[in-house]
Design a protein around this ligand. Structure first.
Ligand code: HEC
Ligand code: HEC
Length: 268
């Protein structure tokens, strides 16, 4: 058998090939990316369904011990009624909901959109350290303290979920919530050199200005995946040097970013 590292161009008569030969068939590449996007969507949906499903195991515990301050649907905090007059800890409910809101079970909601992994790890730590529910609350409602059984139940929800999310992020190299800043980084690395901050190769510049970019002719908000910036990147025509071509994860990110922008545009 031939060694697998043999020169693939052997016997082809010439070692000279044009850079152009590296460019991929646009249709094949678009189809491959489409399949990858579907795969990612499915993987995310599976995680969400499983997370919501397994939440039922901890719902009664969390309802008793956390919802007073961490469920936007809990209108009157149980302890709020007791402290109606001076109510020194009423504001804890407001702050609590901002920090973490269980009302849709999963994905968890929180102000500032921290990653789901960060939130789950925070829950884990608060529970392990017994720092939640806050003392001001449990000193009045002793039965609402976390006990060993609660801890085991809650960790049985958080830990496998953290693992699945870490696998997901590793596989697709993208956190669900930070699409904008990740996209900026990719553009900075792969496009700005020629298309931003005064560079306008091919008459295409100012990519750093998203508002302008979106209004320009290389982005199609009606049909985001039809945008030139997407199609040229998928078919590896841009950036011109194949060494700088966008990785699959970066292409997924670009597709997602464009679709989100398009949705936002439609909603405005
Ligand atoms: C009496 C109100 C109250 C209850 C009950 C309560 N919390 Fe909190 N929680 C807060 C407040 C207020 C904050 C935001 C300020 C802070 O971090 O101390 C918070 C923040 C958090 C955070 C975010 C911490 C971070 O690092 O961002 C987590 C996670 C959390 N709580 C988990 C829980 C869990 C799990 C329970 C139930 C076992 C629970 N809390 C019960 C009031 C409460
Ligand atoms: C090394 C410089 C360089 C980099 C990096 C680069 N481009 Fe280009 N780009 C060019 C040049 C040169 C042209 C004009 C090519 C032509 O007209 O054939 C061009 C043209 C374009 C056009 C206009 C195509 C048209 O039909 O007029 C788009 C859109 C584009 N690039 C997108 C991108 C995107 C998106 C990236 C990053 C993922 C990128 N480019 C990275 C050099 C670059």
């Amino acid at each position: 058998m031939m060694a697998s590292c043999s020169n693939p161009f052997q016997g082809q008569g010439s070692l000279h090939f044009k850079v152009k030969d590296f460019k991929q068939d646009p249709l094949v590449e678009e189809e491959r990316l489409r399949a990858l996007r579907l795969e990612k969507e499915l993987a995310w949906k599976t995680i969400v369904v499983e997370a919501v499903d397994s939440f039922s195991e901890i719902e009664s515990t969390v309802q008793k011990k956390c919802f007073a301050c961490h469920d936007a649907k809990t209108k009157t905090p149980i302890y709020g009624r007791v402290f109606t007059r001076v109510n020194p800890i009423y504001h804890h409910q407001q702050d609590g909901i901002k920090a973490l809101d269980f009302s849709q079970k999963f994905p968890l909601i929180a102000k500032g959109n921290p990653s789901q992994i960060a939130l789950l790890k925070a829950i884990r730590n608060e529970v392990l350290d017994r720092t939640m529910p806050i003392k001001a609350y449990t000193s009045v409602y002793r039965k609402r303290k976390i006990n060993q059984t609660d801890e085991e139940k809650i960790l049985a929800w958080t830990d496998p979920l953290i693992e699945k999310l870490e696998e997901f992020e590793k596989r697709f190299d993208v956190s669900q919530l930070d699409v904008n800043s990740q996209m900026t980084k990719v553009f900075e690395q792969k496009c700005f050199r020629c298309h931003a901050n005064g560079n306008d190769r091919g008459n295409f510049g100012e990519m750093q200005d998203v508002k302008k970019l979106v209004k320009g002719k290389f982005v199609n908000m009606q049909n985001p995946l039809d945008s030139a910036i997407y199609k040229l990147s998928v078919s590896k025509k841009m950036p011109p040097n194949p060494r700088d071509a966008l990785e699959d994860q970066e292409l997924l990110l670009l597709g997602e970013w464009l679709e989100r922008l398009s949705l936002e545009n439609r909603n405005n």
